[in-house]
Design a protein around this ligand. Structure first.
Ligand code: ARG
Length: 468
């Protein structure tokens, strides 16, 4: 192909084609509208390939110099928005290669030696994704730090813990937030694990079977910072399981975010009133002047849907694809790109919002008292005095019933009343009926006692010190 022919690729892939593509087919098959996002990875991969070709004496030193010069120009053109992307050239790879040939002539045409777009695109996507993964792992650490920042101030703040959305037992608000820190910490572990498998080099697989040129794949892998080389050429060009894994990670992290967002929405509602959000994360209503809506949290919750949808899309994309590369794979990009964008923006905005949360400890405390959150503590108290736990459980049910009828909290019932339910109850009972007493009592590893919570915060802080 002369540079002129490559420019009009759609009109003739090669001498074999006798009619041009229709406009619709051109539009339908082109990916340049979205895959131009891969440009930096494409150039980086091409330069590594070219260096290796020169080192192996497959191309000349002058060719390599020309390719480097041309790529530097292309980089500038793209960065400054002057690069003319052409739909006729289908994708990011052909656009860059055609421009390179225009700029440097034959050296540009030698770049594709021992390479196919099949191993090229797989390499580009992995390189690009690796960079995004590194950005996301920093954001996951930021998210954890934001939660820790609030937790640090609220180890002693008591809120009702819920099961079945019913008040269950008092918990430290910090303990509640630390549950999310655990989730995001596991997400970060998962992401690091995904990265190891993303970070392998397909280049050298060529179209599908490998190549007859004496390529040094290990060298290219080293240049590009890949941890290893894909060991089977057919697998290298065809599988996208690394993208599926990433989408799996992304779906899980979005589900975690969604649960947190849901709680923020609930907590901010008038019925809970546990927290308030800074105005900048809320919107008003065009009709109801009193409204301040937690739109950011709601959107974060809602956006989990699209990310889980992308996981479904990507998995289905792979189903039934015979080995090796099929054009189906071009459909991996938009879901993958949108997944990255959505997770990135969501983590950023949620971390910011969490940092600015306004906590209302009195409302939390009131809610915990109202729900008889220390009933289990009373049962445990009786059990520790020798009453079999099942019997103690039943006694306390009667106490709660009476307290409900009188509209009183357990701690407000006089000792004589309490003793009427069981003779083992003594004056020391009030220590366990208080919210703080209940909290302090759960001094087991992983429990909600403020001492445990503070130890966990310190552990998380130390763990996060080594992360970006
Ligand atoms: N744009 C293509 C993709 O994203 C590049 C690979 C095309 N290879 C091919 N043989 N048509 O998958």
């Amino acid at each position: 192909m002369s540079s002129n022919q490559l420019d009009k690729k759609s009109e003739a892939w090669s001498a074999l084609f006798s009619e041009p593509m229709s406009e619709l087919v051109k539009r339908y098959t082109a990916s340049v509208g979205f895959d131009q996002r891969l440009w930096a990875a494409d150039i980086e991969g091409s330069l590594a390939h070219a260096e290796m070709l020169a080192a192996q004496a497959i191309i000349g030193a002058q060719d390599l110099a020309d390719i480097r010069r041309g790529m530097a120009t292309i980089r500038e053109e793209i960065e400054s928005g002057r690069f003319a992307w052409k739909l006729e050239l289908e994708d990011v790879h052909l656009n860059i290669e055609a421009r390179l040939t225009q700029l440097v002539g034959d050296a540009g045409k030698r770049l594709h030696t021992g390479r196919s777009r099949n191993d090229q695109v797989a390499t580009d996507v992995r390189l690009w994704l690796r960079g995004e993964i590194d950005g996301l792992s920093t954001l996951l650490a930021d998210m954890q730090r934001a939660l820790l920042g609030v937790a640090e101030k609220h180890a002693d703040t008591v809120m009702p813990g819920f099961t079945h959305m019913q008040v269950a037992q008092p918990v430290s608000f910090a303990h509640h937030l630390l549950a999310y820190v655990e989730m995001f910490a596991r997400d970060a572990e998962r992401l690091a694990d995904v990265r190891r498998r993303v970070n392998r080099l397909p280049l050298g697989a060529a179209a599908l079977a490998g190549t007859s040129y004496a390529l040094d794949r290990e060298r290219v892998a080293r240049t590009l910072g890949f941890e290893g080389v894909c060991q089977n050429s057919l697998d290298a060009v065809s599988d996208r399981d690394f993208a599926l894994e990433f989408a799996g990670f992304a779906s899980i992290v979005m589900i975690h975010v969604s649960r947190l967002a849901e709680e923020i929405v609930l907590w901010m509602s008038q019925n809970f009133g546990f927290i308030d959000l800074a105005d900048r994360y809320c919107t008003g209503s065009s009709i109801m002047p009193q409204k301040r809506n937690p739109d950011v949290a709601e959107l974060a919750r809602g956006k989990s849907g699209r990310v889980v949808g992308h996981l479904m899309g990507l998995i289905t994309l792979m189903k039934g694809q015979p080995l090796t590369y099929n054009k189906d794979n071009q459909e991996d990009k938009e879901p993958l790109f949108d997944t990255v964008d959505t997770v990135r923006d969501t983590l950023r905005i949620m971390a910011e919002m969490v940092e600015g949360i306004i906590v209302k400890p009195e409302a939390m405390q009131r809610a915990a008292l109202k729900g008889y959150a220390t009933a289990t503590d009373l049962a445990d108290y009786l059990a520790k005095k020798g009453v079999p736990f099942r019997d103690a459980h039943e006694v306390v049910a009667h106490v709660v019933k009476a307290a409900l009828q009188q509209g009183k909290d357990l701690a407000e019932l006089p000792l004589a009343t309490l003793q009427g339910f069981h003779a083992a109850i003594g004056g020391d009972v009030y220590a366990v009926l208080s919210l703080q007493g209940s909290l302090n009592a759960r001094n087991v590893l992983g429990g909600t006692a403020p001492a445990q919570v503070r130890a966990q915060i310190a552990r998380h802080r130390a763990r996060l010190q080594s992360v970006g």
